[in-house]
Design a protein around this ligand. Structure first.
Ligand code: SAH
Length: 459
């Protein structure tokens, strides 16, 4: 059916915003036609200029918010570049409202994609202080024609234009300071910035990771080459910046790719790891290993996962997508035996090492794809925990879980849409959705993490 589109490009319209889209844009309806307006918030009456018209929706630019009806959800962003930087999408929204938005986002996905009805999703667990929470800064380096030397900053939304900054409101201050200092040292020794379009130049990213409980720091310099000019001098100067720096690595990435780290990592100073604690467990973390970026909320997340696993000490458990064994070692304290599987070899080396330094012996780790390795196991686990990347679980893994018939599946997810898709498959395979707990791991962004408990119906 052909229907008339009621708006045209460049037209200015008045709009009432009634909800938020999954990217945090305001959504209103103009003569029953959907209009997305970035930065507008639910409850607001606005004027918007239409900048794009598609068959089923239009996009508007926020021009003005009618004063007397301004929604109480709006706050002043803490960060001066919040509007331009693509890192945060919700700094202009009250924090409690952000938590409600994330809970609703999970409900919407479970209903729309997962076809679940009347589900209880718990309120999002937020942070007491939702600032300076990140333990890792990965900052792209560039240069501009107008400015001599190097610039560092985050990309603008949906682009690779670097928006320079010196400090970031959601980042640990030590990370910000060190990124800046390392950039200045590289500049002093004439290291060139990598240019993505031309695939030329050397310095791609500066990555700094601080372990919150020990303050230990790892600096990783990502280069499009095998080494840097004046490398020894550069490393010596970086090493003297702070006594907290325990490791400096060079990551060699000569590919034309968006992936930050290269295949090869060279340790140029100190150790190949830094150490952090989650609860009572000590973790060694190497450059390429995944480690949750918000340590305060990680503990909340893992404690929930452990609660949902409901272990008594007799169970055999599988932890799929185990990274450096964080969840595995948490579970091992309460289980008979835990098997962890992960695709990155360095992460499994870390996982084995971490089991050893904590004296945990009831664990076994494998480097493999979870979907290939788990079907070959001849055990019958009571609990399976999965914590996949954004794309969710492989269908083969979900089929294997259904065949293995564990009593409980604990699903840790960073993407509500793939979570909803996978939970539907498990539900159709004989599991009941019991608990859904969103945890705010990424305040001021639209990302939301969830822990979910599913139980086998016919035990
Ligand atoms: N549970 C860990 C890691 C979660 S991140 C933690 O909380 O720290 C997801 C992990 O899955 C990453 O370490 C990634 O390397 C790994 N991964 C990605 N695809 C995989 C696959 N097909 N099989 C096993 N692991 C995979």
């Amino acid at each position: 059916m052909n229907r008339q589109i009621p708006v045209q490009k460049n037209q200015t319209i008045e709009l009432h915003i009634h909800t938020l889209g999954h990217d945090g844009q305001g959504i209103g309806r103009y003569e029953d036609f959907t209009v997305f307006v970035p930065e507008a918030l639910p409850g607001e009456y606005i004027q918007a200029k239409i900048i794009k018209v598609q068959k089923n929706y239009a996009v508007g630019k926020l021009l003005e918010i009618s004063d007397n009806k301004t929604a109480s959800l709006r706050v002043d962003p803490l960060c001066g570049i919040a509007k331009r930087c693509g890192g945060c999408q919700l700094q202009h929204m009250d924090y409690q409202a952000q938590l409600l938005f994330k809970q609703q986002l999970v409900i919407d996905n479970l209903e729309r994609i997962g076809k679940f009805k009347d589900i209880q999703v718990h309120p999002t667990i937020g942070m007491e202080n939702p600032w300076s929470y990140r333990n890792k800064a990965q900052v792209p380096i560039g240069s501009t024609d107008s400015e001599a030397g190097l610039i560092s900053g985050f990309y603008a939304a949906k682009s690779h234009e670097i928006i320079p900054f010196d400090s970031c409101a959601i980042q640990h201050s030590q990370n910000d300071e060190l990124v800046l200092a390392v950039r200045k040292i590289a500049e002093k020794y004439g290291v060139s910035a990598y240019n993505e379009k031309l695939h030329k130049g050397l310095l791609r990213h500066i990555v700094v990771r601080t372990a919150f409980t020990t303050n230990e720091v790892m600096v990783v310099i990502v280069v499009n080459g095998k080494s840097m000019p004046h490398q020894d001098k550069i490393i010596n100067e970086i090493a003297t910046l702070s006594a907290n720096i325990k490791s400096i690595c060079l990551s060699i990435n000569t590919k034309k790719t968006n992936v930050i780290f290269g295949e090869q990592t060279k340790v140029l100073y100190g150790s190949d790891k830094i150490f952090d604690y989650i609860g009572d467990i000590r973790f060694g973390i190497s450059a390429r290993s995944f480690y949750q970026v918000n340590p305060v909320q990680t503990e909340v997340l893992y404690t929930k996962a452990l609660e949902y696993a409901a272990l008594t000490g007799k169970e055999t458990v599988i932890d799929a997508y185990c990274g450096i064994g964080t969840i595995t070692l948490f579970l091992a304290q309460k289980a008979k035996k835990v098997y962890g599987v992960e695709i990155v070899p360095e992460a499994i080396e870390d996982a084995k090492y971490n089991a050893e330094i904590n004296g945990i012996t009831n664990v076994e780790f494998a480097v493999a794809k979870a979907e290939d390795w788990i079907p070959k196991l001849s055990i019958r686990p009571e609990v399976i925990v999965v914590d996949p990347p954004r794309k969710g679980c492989d269908q083969a893994l979900l089929d294997t879980i259904i065949d293995m018939r564990p009593k409980r599946v604990v699903y840790v997810s960073c993407n509500p849409s793939t979570l909803a898709r996978d939970l539907r498959i498990l539900a159709d395979g004989g599991y009941e959705l019991k608990e859904v707990q969103p945890v705010d791991m990424f305040p001021h962004t639209t990302h939301v993490e969830c822990v979910v408990l599913m139980s086998r119906v016919d035990k």
